[in-house]
Design a protein around this ligand. Structure first.
Ligand SMILES: [Zn+2]
Length: 92
């Protein structure tokens, strides 16, 4: 094997090695991205939202008894959720 062939073999080896390292690096980067994404989705870090029980998620509770018969009733936004229909529970 000539010196030139030896050098070529060494360079090819290095290139293959670098390729493998690059592949591993990309794999790790993907894993970190996925971990970050699932951490964002995880209920332990994200405030949990639940349907408002007062208005059943509509944001406007049903008026059970009109104040005065014949009077037009304007539906007021739910006081519990502020008309959103969902209650956000702050994480402890
Ligand atoms: Zn509500």
């Amino acid at each position: 094997m000539s010196l030139l062939q030896q050098r070529l073999a060494a360079i090819t080896d290095t290139a293959a090695n670098l390729n493998a390292q690059l592949f591993e690096l990309n794999r790790l980067r993907d894993r970190v991205r996925k971990a970050k994404r699932s951490a964002r989705r995880s209920p332990s870090t994200k405030p949990t939202e639940s349907k408002c029980p007062a208005c059943n998620g509509t944001g406007y509770p049903v008026v059970m008894q009109p104040v005065r018969p014949g009077r037009k009733i304007y539906s007021a936004p739910c006081t519990k959720c502020g008309g959103k229909g969902r209650i956000t529970n702050a994480p402890n």
